[in-house]
Design a protein around this ligand. Sequence first.
Ligand code: SME
Length: 156
Amino acid sequence: MYEEIILDKSKSKEEIYQTIFPQLKALMKDESDLIANMANMAAVLKMSFDFFWVGFYLVKNEALVLGPFQGPIACTRIPLGKGVCGRSWEQKTTFIVPDVALFQGHIACSSDSKSEIVIPKIKKDNVLFVLDIDSNILNSFDDIDAYYLSKFIALF
Ligand code: SME
C-alpha cells in the first residue's frame, strides 16, 4: 500500500485542517486498530503544521499512559488531575493553554514547549484518551484548532 497526504502548507490553518480531514478519514476507514489510526493521525498533524509534539495519552486504570506520538520523548504516565492532560481527563473538556508557563501544574516534558491544546475523547461519559499537541510558539491554538481537532477525534 502506498499512501500520501497531499497538502499546501501556505494555506490558512483552517484550509489545512479542511484538506487533511477527508484524507485522514479515508486512511482510517479500512483500519479498525486504535493504535494504528492514532499513529497515522499524529503523523498527519505533525507534518501538516510542524507542531513541536503531537500525541495521545490513553486512560489505563489510574493514569493516562503515553500512546502513539510524533516528536521528542515524553513523560509516560500522567495521574488524573495532573498537568493539562490530567485536567482535561478530569474535567472532560478541551484545554487551550496560550502560555504553559502560566498554567498551574503544567507538566513540562520539554522546555521548548510554549503553548498547548488537549482534547479528550469521551464515550458514554468516560474519557478514553486525550489528544495532546504542543507548540514551541506562544499562543498557537484557538477555537479553530479546538473545532477541527474535535472532528478528528470523532473519527475514532
Ligand atoms: N504538558 C502535558 C504533558 C504531556 S507533554 O506535553 C507531551 C501536561 O501538562 O499534561
